[in-house]
Design a protein. Structure first.
Length: 320
């Protein structure tokens, strides 16, 4: 299971130091970070650019406002509460349905109003925020993910992460929630990462806890047949985030809603590097190629370039 720095370099794997200095430090102006570090600002910015995001039910900004959460949630069959400045999926509470005075999580766990109020209060106090600073709680409508993904995920919404460099979609993966990840699409918590072919939107490789997987650990469904519909639309959405934010190196997290189609969930100015593990390939050769391209290329041409140059053959076998 161990390897050497030389072998990692040969595969084009980049580490945190190179990511931080060569790409984030060089291409991301720090004054632009608040646009993506604050999910509310990202949502408002996306609306200005005509990009669809999950519907905002409301926000809670003060501890006094916590007591009004019941009225805000009334009439909504399901919802998501998340910290505006959270990261890594921390502090996200998903309520799938309401049963009388109880709020039911995807796992079936039943929460009282008091439990929900405490969670919102913890968000405001900065328990989940970057640097522990005071935060704002966002309440969003529940995403109804595309039915074609039902067998590939467990008690959670699968999302798509695309690394975007200078407006070019560089590498992509889908994150599938599991019992181990408590229904969250977070690889460090045990979600399955599936590398996605930029050219076609099909699965090329699967990993969980840094080990190769060919099926979902809870549903047992194979991963080889996974294909993301509206793939080119998703790539265009990711590519357009370059113009929207001005950030040269970012991670765009998106979902496919069965009613509203492709949606932007959030953006990350410091995207993690596990996407290389999911794809079984390093980012460096792709980033080097893009650095040699001219500026001012339209988004459609950037997407076409990525699909032409970054096509991959699947390492997964289709079921017989």
């Amino acid at each position: 299971m161990w390897t050497t720095p030389a072998r990692l370099h040969a595969k084009g794997i980049i580490g945190m130091n190179r990511r931080n200095i060569r790409y984030i430090g060089r291409y991301n102006n720090r004054r632009l970070y608040p646009l993506v570090d604050d999910k509310l600002k990202t949502k408002l910015l996306a609306q200005e650019h005509g990009i669809t995001t999950p519907a905002l039910i409301g926000t809670v900004t003060t501890q006094f406002g916590v007591k009004h959460i019941r009225g805000m949630l009334a009439g909504h069959p399901g919802f998501v509460i998340k910290p505006a400045k959270g990261s890594g999926g921390k502090g996200i509470l998903v309520i799938e349905r309401v049963d009388g005075d109880h709020y039911i999580k995807p796992s079936g766990a039943r929460l009282s109003l008091g439990d929900v109020e405490r969670h919102v209060s913890n968000i405001l106090s900065g328990l989940y925020s970057l640097g522990g600073s005071p935060d704002v709680a966002l309440v969003e409508a529940l995403i109804n993910f595309d039915d074609s993904f039902a067998e590939y995920t467990y008690e959670g919404v699968p999302d798509i992460r695309v690394i975007v460099f200078k407006g070019y979609p560089v590498m992509a993966m889908m994150r599938l929630s599991t019992a181990a990840s408590d229904g969250k699409a977070n690889l460090h918590q045990g979600a399955v990462g599936v590398g996605i072919d930029i050219a076609s939107g099909t699965a090329i490789r699967g990993v969980q806890f840094d080990r190769t997987r060919h099926d979902h650990p809870d549903t047992g469904h194979e991963l080889a047949s996974l294909h993301i519909p509206d793939w080119e639309t998703l790539l265009l959405l990711a590519a357009s985030c370059y113009e929207m934010t001005g950030l040269g190196y970012l991670g765009a997290d998106m979902v496919l809603d069965r009613d509203h189609g492709p949606m932007l969930l959030e953006l990350n100015a410091r995207p993690g590097l596990a996407i290389q593990m999911a794809n079984g390939e390093g980012l460096r050769p792709r980033l080097d190629l893009i650095e040699r391209q001219p500026d001012g290329v339209p988004s459609e041409e950037r997407v076409a370039f990525a699909q032409r140059h970054f096509a991959r053959t699947s390492e997964l076998r289709e079921p017989a």
